[in-house]
Design a protein around this ligand. Structure first.
Ligand code: NAP
Length: 254
């Protein structure tokens, strides 16, 4: 039996806790959270604590806590013998207290409250300082996901940057599209099938090959009309920047 303590009570902590609940051979023996009220979610199914001195002995401690607090919280665990990992895409493994056995357990997905995720499809990026610890992490990750991958801290930083482009920036562009719709009394729902199809396409086409639109065709007439129609300077700036990036990608003169 692999005994786990989860530290943190936010989105990642809850999703991991739920994923481990159904796994034989893995038990979350405790959840730490600094607020009593945040522990209610967990307390029917496991031991909970707000006191670092009451943290139980475990094989694995998963720090699912805001990036800026990871180092500080890990210092509170410096006396423990188990493997200590954090779940962040952008914090190096070495941010964890140097006296401890250290690693990283980074699920590459966006988690929100009340939105169920299918863990089996989520890549989990793993790192550990020694081989035995890596094997333990791989066992835990493989129990809940089909995509456990070994990635070092530098690669993880780049994966995180790539994810910001693919996820956060794309979502911001959905928001921009919604603003354009709202300004012109068009329901944003009209765009949803298009958004889904564009995302689905990259399973069988490279993003390079999948690109369509006036910038890819270098259709300057349409580009000029769109620029003239846009009402806000921010929308014009975004449209112009992305158009230039697409044109330079496909080797057209600006
Ligand atoms: N959300 C995602 O999509 C996602 C995806 C992959 C990885 N991650 C990583 O997973 C980690 C957790 O993210 P999350 O989305 O679960 O965050 P979250 O929902 O905002 O939860 C953050 C948790 O950290 C606790 N916390 C913050 N500062 C603390 C401190 N000084 N001492 C003790 N506890 C503290 C919070 O406690 P309070 O409630 O008391 O403030 C809360 O339980 C982060 O490293 C993040 O980068 C997030």
């Amino acid at each position: 039996m692999i005994r786990i303590v989860i530290l943190g009570t936010g989105n990642v902590a809850k999703h991991l806790f739920d994923a481990f609940l159904t796994q034989k051979g893995i038990e979350t023996i405790q959840v730490y959270g600094r607020k009593r009220s945040s522990l209610i979610y967990f307390e029917e199914q496991t031991n909970v604590t707000s006191d670092f001195s009451k943290i139980k002995k475990a094989d694995l401690y998963i720090i699912a806590i805001s990036d800026e607090a990871i180092a500080k919280v890990s210092k509170q665990l410096a006396h423990l013998k188990g493997l200590i990992v954090h779940t962040s895409g952008s914090v190096p493994m070495t941010a964890l207290a140097s006296e401890t056995r250290r690693g990283v357990f980074y699920p590459l997905q966006t988690f929100s409250t009340n939105k169920k995720v299918h863990f089996r499809e989520i890549p989990i990026c793993l790192e550990a300082e020694n081989e035995l610890d890596y094997k333990l992490l791989n066992k835990v990750a493989s129990a809940i996901s089909d995509k456990a991958v070994r990635i070092d801290s530098d690669q993880r930083k780049s994966v995180h940057i790539a994810a910001v482009f693919a996820n956060n920036f794309t979502n911001h562009l959905y928001h921009t599209a919604q603003e354009v719709c709202n300004q012109n009394e068009i329901p944003f729902e009209l765009l949803v099938p298009l958004i889904k199809e564009t995302a689905a396409k990259i399973e069988y086409l490279s993003p390079f090959d999948a690109q369509t639109g006036p910038a890819r065709r270098n259709d300057t007439g349409t580009i000029e009309k769109h620029m003239a129609n846009l009402r806000s300077q921010n929308h014009k700036d975004l449209y112009s920047l992305l158009t230039k990036s697409i044109q330079s990608t496909y080797g057209k003169k600006l």
